[in-house]
Design a protein. Structure first.
Length: 482
């Protein structure tokens, strides 16, 4: 009798059968509430997630919904409720766990904490490689790892975000992101101490670094990735330090698709099995979720209230595309629109040279009528809520330096459009105009340059957004410049 009782207790405490789990995943939403390029949007994403959850439930399969970060800054919708709507929608979409992305750090730890509190977000927010100072700033709202118990199986989820210097300049004065690859041993020990049966690492470091992460690991079972905006139709099967193939998945960007992974988790043998992995692109024919659509419609009104302008106010016409993202990824190349922005920088600042970097553009705007909202969507950048967006800065450089840079850029096509002087200028340095944020970012990224660029760079205070509007009005209809 005692033996029977003991066996029953062991069966209750330690499940002996594998459990099948569905893991849905999104990433790099960037507040693209309406999706992009004729696909997706939060209201259709919610419909798709609910459908996949319901289908799995009919087979007795529970679901975890993970998000790979960059859920906030990146589109004009982030201005709704000063960013709070973007965070609230994670809960409305049904996200269980998310990780902090580099764009989520742009306003610093205190502002992120304020947003998390104001949104009353229920989803767990992770980042295991932020230093203690930053974690103190976020008041315990950001965790390193969580454990989700499903059917008696303990699933551990740790979060890692990118430590690339140029992505953490905004928090340089308050915190630091540690190299995620150096955290592998620590998070695996955390998972071991927590006695997890299956270990997921939710990352915002890009698929190439995800592979390196797996190569250093012994006990990671799945990597759900983000940051590189890749729609991995098939998972990358990276080999870990024990020679095992570990799946790395990612679902693109901008709410245009959702990833679906089905795994069998065996808590006894630890011989887990990947059953399937796919990415579901969300067409516009997908029915919208009514509750989410109401929130998105209100966000449109809140966005207009923030700017005090009608989003549909016509500014001019264009015969060229206002280039930006292509399939959720920034097109790093020169363009007709990029040349316009370089000319805009030069002329609005009264400079000799203007330099525009294609990597800063947002949504692609098709030829036709250009509205006020189109301009914000194409360049949705600001430093703090309430400002007028980025400003234009100037610095004086020797003509030989500018010419050398221009020749180098043209040869390698680095995605920089350069508007040279209208007429020949000799005997003095050339005044070069560019987004002031570039100088600020370099200063914060490289401490030894602190103050050096500030002494030579002048912030004109001229708003990028207002300059774009004036330029479009002056040059309408826009065509390719010589």
């Amino acid at each position: 009798m005692r033996l029977v009782l003991l066996t029953c207790l062991l069966l209750v405490a330690f499940p002996v059968y594998a459990i099948r789990v569905q893991i849905l995943h999104s990433n790099d939403l960037h507040s693209h509430f309406e999706g992009g390029e004729g696909k997706g949007g939060y209201a259709r994403l919610k419909t798709t997630v609910d459908r996949l959850k319901a289908q799995a439930a009919t087979q007795g399969i529970p679901t975890l919904f993970l998000d790979g970060g960059d859920f906030g800054e990146g589109s004009s919708f982030f201005f709704a409720e000063n960013g709070a709507t973007a965070l609230k929608l994670l809960d409305d979409l049904g996200v269980d766990v998310t990780v902090i992305g580099n764009h989520d750090l742009l306003q610093g730890g205190e502002e992120l904490a304020t947003l998390l509190k104001r949104a009353h977000i229920k989803a767990d927010v992770l980042a295991a490689n932020l230093n203690d100072k930053f974690l103190t700033e976020t008041h315990g709202l950001v965790k390193s790892m969580v454990v989700k118990s499903i059917g008696g199986v303990r699933i551990g989820i740790a979060g890692l975000t990118t430590s690339e210097l140029h992505y953490q300049y905004a928090i340089r004065h308050t915190g630091k992101v540690k190299n995620p690859l150096r955290e592998v041993g620590r998070i695996e020990q955390m998972a071991k101490d927590a006695k997890v049966d299956y270990f997921i690492v939710l990352t915002h470091i890009g698929s190439k670094t995800d592979v390196k992460l797996v190569e250093r690991s012994r006990s990671i079972d799945l990597v759900v990735g983000a940051h590189s905006h890749e729609r991995l139709v098939q998972p990358i099967l990276a080999k870990n330090s024990r020679g095992q193939r570990i799946p790395v998945v990612q679902a693109g960007a901008h709410a245009m698709a959702v990833g679906q992974v089905i795994v069998d988790i065996d808590p006894v043998t630890k011989k887990h099995q990947l059953i399937s992995s796919q990415v579901h692109v969300i067409p516009l024919t997908t029915a919208v979720n009514a509750k989410i659509q109401v929130i998105v419609d209100q966000a449109k009104k809140d966005r207009e209230a923030y700017f005090g302008r009608s989003w549909d106010e016509p500014i001019g016409r264009s015969q060229i595309a206002l280039t930006g993202h292509v399939d959720g990824r920034t097109a790093m190349k020169r363009s007709c629109w990029g040349k316009h922005l370089a000319v805009m920088l030069r002329d609005r600042a009264g400079a000799d040279v203007g330099i525009h970097a294609s990597g800063f553009t947002g949504e692609t705007i098709n030829p036709g009528v250009i509205t006020f909202g189109d301009l914000i969507d194409n360049f949705p950048h600001f430093r703090t809520f309430g400002d007028r967006g980025w400003t234009i800065g100037t610095v004086r450089l020797a003509p030989t330096v500018v010419k050398s840079v221009a020749a180098f850029v043209n040869r390698l096509d680095l995605g920089l459009d350069i508007a040279m002087p209208k007429t020949a200028i000799e005997g003095r340095g050339w005044l070069v105009a560019f987004p002031t944020e570039i100088a600020y970012g370099i200063e914060q990224t490289v401490p030894m340059l602190k103050g050096l660029l500030a002494r030579h760079t002048r912030d004109t205070g001229i708003s990028y957004w207002e300059s774009m509007e004036s330029h479009v009005r002056d040059y309408s209809p826009l065509v390719c410049l010589p």
